[in-house]
Design a protein around this ligand. Sequence first.
Ligand SMILES: Cc1cc2nc3c(=O)[nH]c(=O)nc-3n(C[C@H](O)[C@H](O)[C@H](O)COP(=O)(O)OP(=O)(O)OC[C@H]3O[C@@H](n4cnc5c(N)ncnc54)[C@H](O)[C@@H]3O)c2cc1C
Length: 416
Amino acid sequence: MTAHPSATADVLVIGGGPGGSAAAALLAQRGHRVIVIERKVFPHADRSGALLTPRSLTALRQFELPQLEQFHRVRHVRITSEGRSTSTTWPNHPQYPQYAAVASRSAFNQQLIRAAVAEGATVLAGHDATDPIVERGFARGANVTAPDGTTFEARSEYTIVADGANSRFGRALGTFRRPTWPYALGHRATYLSPLHDASEIELVVDLRDRSGTPITGYGWMLPAGDGHVTVGVMMMSTSPSFQVVNPAHLLARVITDHGARWHLATEPVAPGSGGRVPLGMSVQPSAGPTYLLIGDAAGAANPLSGAGIEAALETGALAAGVVDEALQTGTSAALQQYSQLLSQHYESFYKVGRLTTRVLGQPTMSRRINRLAATRRPAADAFLRLATGELRPGRAGIAELAYRVGRTISIVAPDA
Ligand SMILES: Cc1cc2nc3c(=O)[nH]c(=O)nc-3n(C[C@H](O)[C@H](O)[C@H](O)COP(=O)(O)OP(=O)(O)OC[C@H]3O[C@@H](n4cnc5c(N)ncnc54)[C@H](O)[C@@H]3O)c2cc1C
């Protein structure tokens, strides 16, 4: 294997999803030489809609995304359970907008990767980072396979691992997911629908297995404003029947039960797709002497909702800050702060989230909470505020009070 002449950088980013693109854009903006290795080619044909939560939209403001304002805005959320539903608005919060957006995955990913290129990052699309180059215990880059099958070494001082939920690259560096912590399985399909420009998303919270036992998780309908509505399910591993429920079958049931309301076309525009989402910072260690993990590779998705784009963007920005400091100071000591930074940003909320996901695994409890959220507006508001992590410091609303109770319990709960 030989060194590709142009494949030497200050920072190598493995994976050009939301997390990797964000970190690459910020590091290139600060004048560092950045190479992103991305297996897919752009534009990729993923028409499915992704929900960009108010926190994601806030994180995205730091990038030049010409279409950000054009992503389809959704101002309301309908929560449905057992044939009843309540509509509410997104929570109001001093830092985040009171709306979310739905964007097609491909348009969104492409915008972000373009932002990284515009800042000066080199993106090697269609390239596979097969394994890390490790010298005397330090990660020094990656062995890469180009689209024509040739292989070369991409070398760098620091590596940001952003290769998503399976994170083969991270595992080759010795990272692992805590096996007892919750994770999620998601599945989605996208349909043509005349309701594609609705300004409301729907969350179906009474998922059940074939025997009628509640499943911890939810279904969703996301209107993307481009002719399509994406329907999906997210199922938490704490569900009693998690091992025997196929998420594709669960999605089919949600579509049978709720699809008519959304006037979905008979067939999806492409076969359904899905995967695993590690939750709540469940991947350890998140940093080594010369590398950092971000986004799904770090298991960073919200443990209550499985939404991971905001955490990918935020951890990408945190990692970029730490690597920038290391490059400026000429010492890798700054990387040691990363795990602590993640703890400061997420640990308290994520610990409560992990605990709540376990509690919701008890059918009577989840049934009660879901029924309340679908029938009482204040409960729906609190449910949404908690699930999206939009708690207001110093306020004493239902969500903040429930969170404080959860936090107190989580302090004494072993391995929460
Ligand atoms: C069905 C489903 C629906 C979801 N919907 C939402 C949603 O609406 N909103 C939300 O916030 N979250 C959602 N999530 C979670 C969200 O998709 C992830 O949390 C988010 O994409 C994580 O971003 P990332 O950049 O860390 O990883 P990814 O988006 O997975 O990006 C990783 C990138 O790395 C590339 N890659 C991997 N290995 C290599 C390699 N060896 N070499 C080169 N490239 C490589 C991949 O091609 C990919 O582009 C959903 C998850 C699922 C399963």
